[in-house]
Structures are given as C-alpha cells and as structure tokens.
Design a protein around this ligand. Structure first.
Ligand code: ADP
Ligand code: MG
Length: 320
C-alpha cells in the first residue's frame, strides 16, 4: 500500500464533517474558520513507540491516546476542541494495523465532534504527532499563572492508575483480572476531561493537566503563579482497583509521581468552592480537594494526617 492509498483508505473517510471546515484532507492545506469572538488555541504532542507506549500496544489504543493527550491539553486551558491533524511515521504499511489505528482515531474524534483535517504520512520509526486546535472565548483562557494564595487545590478523577498499569504490563506488579482491565484501560484509553475544562474556565483561577505526575505538574502552577502549596496526601483520590492491588504507601507514590493520568489539576477561590459540584455535575467526573495554596513562593509541602510527609521521587522528564 502506498502513501496516497493509505490516506484515502484510512484517514479521508471521517464521517463527521464540521461546518467550520471549508477544505479538509486532500489539498495542500486545510482551510478552517474560527468563530467570531473566539481565540484559536493550538497544541502538539508526539508519541514515540518504545518511549510513550510499549512497542506491542494495540493500534487502536495508540490512536486513542495520541488524540486524548492533545485534547487533555486543550481541556487544561478551558478550550473546546475542533480540529486535529496527524503526522504519522510508519515502519511499514500494515493494513490490519492501519485499520485498527484509524478505527481508534475515528472513534475518539467522533465522540468529541472533532475533525481530522490533514496530516502527513511518511516511512520511518513508529511515531505519531497530533496537532489539535480548539476555541476559547477571547481572553478567557485558563492558565497556570493565575493561582492565588488561599485558593483550594483540586484534581479530577483518580491518580496513579496508569503508572500502576505500566508496571503491570512490564511484570513488576500484578492485579486481579478485573482490576487489571480497569487499570490498563486507564493507561491505554485515557479520558480527556474536555467538559470539565470548559466548565472550569468560568470558575477556576488556574489549571494544568496531570501528564508527568502530580508533583511535577503542581510545581508548574506554583512556579507560574509564584505561590506555595500544602498537599494532604491522605486526601489524594485513589481508585479502588489501585487500593486492592498495592500497599497504601505505594499507591501514594503512584498518585504523586507516576505520569499519564490526564486528569485536571486546578485551583479555585473559597467563594467558588460551593459552586464546583454543581458546575461539574454534567461533566461526568468528580473532583477532590487535595490541598491549599499559600504565599510561600514556589514551595510545596506534603502532609499525611497533618504530619510532614516525604517521598523521594519527582515526575517524568525526557533527557533526565
Ligand atoms: P503535500 O505533499 O502537499 O504535503 P501530502 O501528499 O502529504 O500533501 O498529503 C495529501 C493530503 O492528505 C493533504 O491534505 C494532507 O493534509 C493529507 N494527509 C496526509 N497524511 C495524512 C494523515 N496521516 N492523516 C490525515 N491527513 C493526511
Ligand atoms: Mg506531505
């Protein structure tokens, strides 16, 4: 199978056509329209085989995750996703693999009414780069830099599941079949918190998505906002499958330092705290208060039942 027939067979066929796309796949560029009063928000993430996913990961999951991690970045800014482009480097044109990959891609893009508007297809080591575009009403982007001392620190969903799943895949940990299924789902099919993100845009002061681990990502908010924080690790949201599979101290380590959660970490004023539950009611995700910000410049303190808590770990960094 050659380049053009790959594009034609697997990527041009999206059933969902958005009205704001004038020209999609097939010409030299895509042509799209940004609604009046909105800003265009753009993000790119690359997944490299053997670095971001084990080489034998199913193709459908790779596609899902490549889109999900980008939609998660848009969600963290409070943006509504609209379009994606796909740069695909493939070692070979394996039709079965491409068919599964495009199925995963079309499933998640259709779910979020996002349209694939273009890309590039080349031969090389398996690498997937997605660029995602979304909209935010002008000057309403939710950033890392507007947290304030006194804000409450919240996180959506549960933390650490994907990290434990990775250790299960690589044989370092084990779990019951049902727990395994849940945990692997969290690693391979993460849910970008799209609705939560657009809702939080109206009530949160700052937000980031947790991709490299809580400790690492909370520090980005503290640095950008010049605040400190106390996190109560006994309050961290841990899933039942995680609790069933490892000791508490290990669960806390996964929750604090493992990556790939794609939950939203955000700060909210005392006044908005009461509105949060109602606001998130139809976004299909819970949020847990895990700590509070203070004026101690960029300093993070961990506590367990009000006693200082120490952990020798940080988040994931390439080239570290
Ligand atoms: P060019 O040579 O002008 O860069 P290409 O031959 O690379 O064009 O691509 C032809 C068309 O197919 C373009 O519209 C491009 O955006 C689209 N395209 C190429 N690869 C992909 C892909 N993997 N997914 C989606 N669209 C793609
Ligand atoms: Mg090209």
């Amino acid at each position: 199978m050659k380049e053009f027939s790959i594009i034609e067979s697997f990527f041009k066929s999206g059933r969902h056509q958005r009205r704001d796309v004038e020209i999609g796949i097939g010409d030299d560029c895509a042509v799209t329209n940004v609604p009046e009063g909105q800003s265009l928000v753009v993000t790119t993430d690359t997944l490299v085989s053997g670095v971001h996913f084990p080489e034998d990961t199913e193709a459908r999951a790779i596609a899902h995750k490549a889109i999900a991690v980008n939609l998660s970045d848009l969600a963290a800014m409070g943006a509504e996703p609209a379009w994606v482009s796909l740069s695909l480097s493939l070692p070979e044109a394996d039709e079965e693999w491409l068919s599964d990959f495009s199925r995963g891609l079309h499933e998640i893009t259709e779910y979020y009414t996002v349209q694939l508007i273009g890309g590039d297809t080349v031969k090389g080591p398996l690498t997937i780069t997605i660029t995602a575009h979304g909209f935010i009403p002008k000057e309403q982007a939710l950033t890392r830099s507007k947290a304030r001392p006194g804000d409450w620190l919240y996180v959506t969903g549960t933390l650490g599941d994907a990290g434990l799943a990775f250790d299960i895949i690589t044989g370092r940990k084990d779990a019951t079949p049902a727990d395994k299924e849940y945990l692997l789902g969290r690693l391979n099919y993460p849910t970008p918190r799209v609705l939560a993100g657009t809702t939080l845009r109206r009530i949160a002061h700052s937000c980031i998505d947790v991709s490299d681990g809580l400790l690492s990502d909370v520090q980005h908010i503290l640095n950008a906002s010049n605040c400190g924080a106390v996190i109560h690790v006994d309050k961290l949201p841990i899933s039942k499958p995680m609790m069933d599979s490892v000791e508490l101290s290990e669960a806390l380590r996964y929750a604090l330092a493992a990556g790939d959660d794609y939950e939203l970490l955000f700060t909210i004023s005392e006044e908005q705290k009461g509105n949060l539950e109602v606001a998130l009611a139809n976004s299909n995700v819970s949020a847990t208060c895990i700590g509070q910000l203070n004026g101690m410049s960029e300093k993070l303190e961990l506590k367990f039942e009000d006693e200082p808590y120490h952990i020798n770990a940080s988040g994931y960094q390439h080239f570290a």
